[in-house]
Write a protein that binds this ligand. Sequence first.
Ligand SMILES: [Zn+2]
Length: 437
Amino acid sequence: MTANLKPTVSGSNQVSGTKMVGMEKRRAVHALLFVALLPITAVEAAPEAQVTPLVVTHARLVDGRGGLPLDDATIVITGDRFSAVGPSGQVPIPEGAEVLDAKGRVVIPGLIDAHIHVSWPQVPLDPPVPNRSQAAFRAADLLRRCLLNGITTVRDVASIEDVGFAAKRAFQEGRLEGSRPIVCGQGVSSTGGHGTESNTQGLVMEVDGPDGFRRGVRTQLKAGADLIKVLCPFSREEILAAVEEVHLHEKFVTVHPSLFKAQYDFLRWTVEAGADCFEHAYAVPDDLIPRIAEKRMYCVPTLSILLILGDQYEQRGPDWAWKVKKYRECKEIFQKLRKAGVRMAVGTDAVAENMSEYPGLFFKETEQFAALGCSPMDVIVAATRLGAEVSDAADQLGTIEPGKLADLLILDKDPLVDIRNLRTAQVIVQGGKVIKR
Ligand SMILES: [Zn+2]
């Protein structure tokens, strides 16, 4: 099962028709066993798609797959999906279509922020512990700002109580114009663990013991989680049980394995457990990097917020020195992971005081990837296709290919020349609907 973005039949649990590999195959085998246990997902309609076909012509196309750009491409959108993509002149333009001439401009897939918390407090505007209603309005505001800047999908890795689920439902019902939320619900953490700090009440479900972690996973899946997030601290037995439980349900699991001190065992056990991804490249021991690469684990490094906080902590004096040192190390860790071939997606972890910088923080993150040695093409892939992969939605999102949901940006300037040009979206299309031009 992949993220339930838009099943064609209400309440069905269809397996995608795309070619199945690896985990997907395992999923298909188990799918039948678990259909009865899975929650009924109600009608998951995207915002109203255009009836008139939409065609973008003469674009320089960077499709998110990482290959060479296609100069002078034509992209046809029928309903909420891409229906044809190819060189202009070879792709027929449907009669009556609305045509956008993108000559001299660059088309890329909609951007994906792979690490966000839609309901986090925005200090100093909000009280430290918001209630659910405040959190819901905040989520709506944030998602709208994301969309208007070209971030057509976000991966919400823990929100207060049921706010993530509510945001997803509102989007699917067409009541929320904003970035498409792919959600984990609450994170799963131990009693008093990460995510239970005073300003994050309700962000995680507190559980203990292997059975408790299994219950946490099942509870979030029952409520409609697209993926599962587990946060440290946990015992080896607890993370092994949690990851096994998620995979038993054919879902994707990501782990926040350590804080800033050398709590390496959390990541070691996470790798051993076979988790699909880990968040924050803050504390990764050298000897573990080849194992992470070998296991094909993903990482969402969330560099920018770390560096911003590092600057702030530096100003607070010597007591914060160890934390500043950790912040500085993250750049080295990123480069080691990259050289080892670990696939990393762009995610901001925009929280608290840095939320006001959103969505500028997203672009800062892409620029940080580039500054640390990624080519512009690699950065675009990290901000699109890999974002879809870590959202467990690669069969629906992340690239411009026939059959996928039609999310694209028409950029005024070429991001392959300068990655800062990702900020120049002139037209934003989400699910076939023109949001901004
Ligand atoms: Zn986070």
